[in-house]
Design a protein around this ligand. Sequence first.
Ligand code: ADP
Ligand code: ZN
Length: 574
Amino acid sequence: MAPICAANADVLTCLHIHFGHRSFRPGQGRVVAAVLSGRDVLAVMPTGSGKSLGYQLPAVILPGTTLVVSPLISLMKDQVDELNRRGIPSAAVHSMLSNEARYEVFDAARAGKLRLLYVAPERFASDDFLRVLHALAIARFIIDEAHCVSQWGHDFRPDYRRLRAAAASCRAIDGAARPPIAAFTATATPEVRKDIVAMVGLDEPEVLVAGFDRPNIHLRVVPVGDEMEKHELLPQLVSGRRALVYAATRRSTEAASATLAAAGVQAAAYHAGLKDEERTRVQDAFAAGSLRVVCATNAFGMGIDRPDVDAVVHFAIPGSVEAYYQEIGRAGRDGRPATATLLWDYADVATRQFLIDGPRRERPARAGLPRGRADGPGAPDPAMDAVEVARRKDIEHRKLQRMIGYAETGHCLRATILHYFGDTTAREPCRACGTCEPQGIDAYERELVRKILSGVARGGERYGRRKIAAMLAGETSDLPPNLAGLSTTGLLRHEQPDTIERWIDATVSAGLLAVSGDKYRTLSVTTRGRDVMTGRAGDLRMSAPARVAAFSTWRRVRSPRGLAHRHRPFSNRW
Ligand code: ADP
Ligand code: ZN
């Protein structure tokens, strides 16, 4: 079967003609080239990064049919529909298909009409299917969600163990013993990678890990001495922001939510122990944007697709780096600055260990909650024997140790995570983590400062800090009319006026705002402030008011009251 795109056509032209994209996303170009080269490939890319293009584009260029093994029927259907819509003839074979429809697909495949044929892994147990398969010339044997072959992964599927033999039995387009295999996964831990190579039988594969960095997420670890310190810090970490707070236990989600409510921050708890109606209510309110903060166990987030989450706070250490990265990955999906903060107390490790070792409950399947993913580590298969249980516990303990390593590292936090995932392109310092920029402000705060500068400029540089703060907070009742209707009025309506005042102080200290010498104390924007405001000054380095001060001295100051003391110099200065 002739390819749609000539083999010597420029790959980018092909990308544009068939997929409508003008350029590759990070890592895609290398993956496409590797798959085209005819070597075996292991490509590790996060979900949503555009993994599928890594085999769909080669499928359009290469002669023969590209076979794609995928365990997710709904995903398969979506992709096949999309490909056909784009004029790339494709089909899927899975258990949901009627016999009639299946034979129709087989006929199309045998007639060489399909560029891509998607199959569920259990098809390889069917003689009917294998007969069809052996009649085809297979360009590439693609294994999607390849971590399913590994017991180290979170989604082991015994049917994946058949794939090595299945690939070996395929007829290649160029007379080779078998078609080249390209395995794709979003799970990048070293154990899983090693397993995939061994179990699928990849032959000296080109291993590509790409796209894991989320440069707009600022990473921070804040060591705390006890629960009380966490509760003191929490309101400042999420106030004004759209945020997710992840806690280890149901009770802890409720305690965090109560602390926020007491501090005037609108929040709700979410966990598998709530009634279905309550869970739906919280999920819907967060999705609709009316609820800004959710304190949750890891049950929350699946199926939540708000792109504008500003902050993810971990109220306790999660069970693994994978879980951590998946959870913080829900921040800043729109590419805007976001912050991930881990409140780190060694005492929380015991809770995690208990969740791993403790008696495991089989949780009832509920709408929207995949079984075993509800709270804590995966609930076991009831049929699992004692040896298997012990083996899984051992894996989970080791994963927890790696997460502790992250919390305690003195190295760049981003590089630590990326290296864990096998991305060797990570460079230190990243300049957007608590190690590389210990005194700095995060990107959300940088925006806050820009908004303050804009507010002062819009106000005509004729007002003092109280009026500017009230204007930005949208509290217009006592404001002169010309401050009440500015484009910047209410720009920071999710922040408290006194928080904004403290930030104005910090902005003055950083030399971005000036204060008049007379009794009116009017604010004006300095030349440097103007550069920051307009984005001309690339890098904004300054210290935040109390909060970051609290972070940097936290290791030394243990008194929960310490925080209140550190506020004082700021509020007394004027
Ligand atoms: P994954 O399989 O990694 O979860 P997909 O392959 O479904 O992700 O891609 C996610 C989205 O990104 C899709 O909507 C896809 O059209 C889009 N996409 C993929 N590659 C590119 C690209 N080079 N430019 C723009 N959009 C792209
Ligand atoms: Zn860093």
